[in-house]
Design a binder for this molecule. Structure first.
Ligand SMILES: [Zn+2]
Length: 266
């Protein structure tokens, strides 16, 4: 037990250091940095492979978010609910299931540990697939279409898919699956990649159907924002008001974790 406490303390320092750097760079808000410290501590407690996987995910996602950020913001500013620094809710939505899997992998039985490794990898693969699809898809310039109606929609619209975005989705899932293999975590490249894509597809499907959609009557545009870029208050025009983008992201990582551990148990 003292060993675990040692690891948790070391994890809090390492996670805190990286979160502080990300906060300084403007990638995490203050609450986001605190949440990221907890996720990092959980990963280091579970083992260095878990920590290295989380760092690879975090660095790649942050780099992609910052890549031509001004251009992406100009394209999606009036549509997406949150831009810029990630807050605690966003960090928890993307990393919460991974952190829980990491803790269960060390706290649980020997039979549970490999299953939790698959779950953690699946959750992170889903988060990466969604982030890569969003960050690269927004830049691609192709016409994003609603996954449900196949009609053209504005870049940044939840549930919108494009050819480049879909390729980026697969690449993001494969990145985490490959990193898991290189770091010798319990997992299979195929299962983790499939789980990641399944999670990201669930994200797009929920985004196109049940996720909250709002309407700005001043600009006559659909948005996720409660107060639009123009300053006007928006009204609910579709989906459930309680099902926002963060909750959809959390559900996507749950799908990723569930698909990975189910396939692993077959
Ligand atoms: Zn407006």
């Amino acid at each position: 037990m003292p060993l675990i406490l040692d690891r948790a303390t070391a994890g809090a320092f390492i996670g805190g250091g990286i979160a502080l750097l990300a906060w300084r760079l403007g990638s995490l808000s203050t609450s986001g940095a605190l949440a990221a410290t907890l996720v990092g501590a959980a990963a280091v407690t579970a083992g260095w492979s878990w920590a290295a996987l989380l760092i690879l995910y975090f660095v790649s996602s942050t780099a992609l978010s910052r890549f031509r950020a001004a251009e992406k913001e100009a394209r999606t500013r009036s549509v997406i609910a949150k831009g810029g620094a990630r807050d605690a809710t966003q960090v928890a939505a993307n990393g919460g299931i991974f952190a829980a899997s990491a803790l269960l992998a060390i706290a649980g039985s020997h039979e549970l540990a490999p299953m939790m490794s698959f779950a953690g990898l699946g959750a992170l693969a889903a988060a990466a697939a969604d982030t890569w699809a969003t960050e690269i898809g927004t830049l691609s310039g192709g016409t994003p279409r609603s996954l449900l109606t196949w009609r053209a929609v504005c870049p940044g619209t939840s549930g919108a898919v494009s050819v480049v975005g879909s390729m980026a989705m697969v690449a993001g899932a494969a990145f985490v699956a490959g990193a898991g293999i290189l770091l010798r975590l319990d997992g299979s490249f195929a299962i983790v990649a499939v789980a990641g894509v399944a999670g990201a597809l669930a994200d797009s499907l929920l985004g196109a159907t049940l996720q909250e959609r709002r309407w700005c009557s001043t600009c006559e545009r659909v948005t996720e924002r409660r107060v639009h870029a123009c300053g006007a208050h928006t009204v609910l025009c579709g989906g459930f008001a309680w099902l926002d983008n963060d909750l959809v992201n959390l559900l996507a990582t749950i799908v990723g974790a569930a698909v990975a551990s189910l396939l692993a148990s077959l």
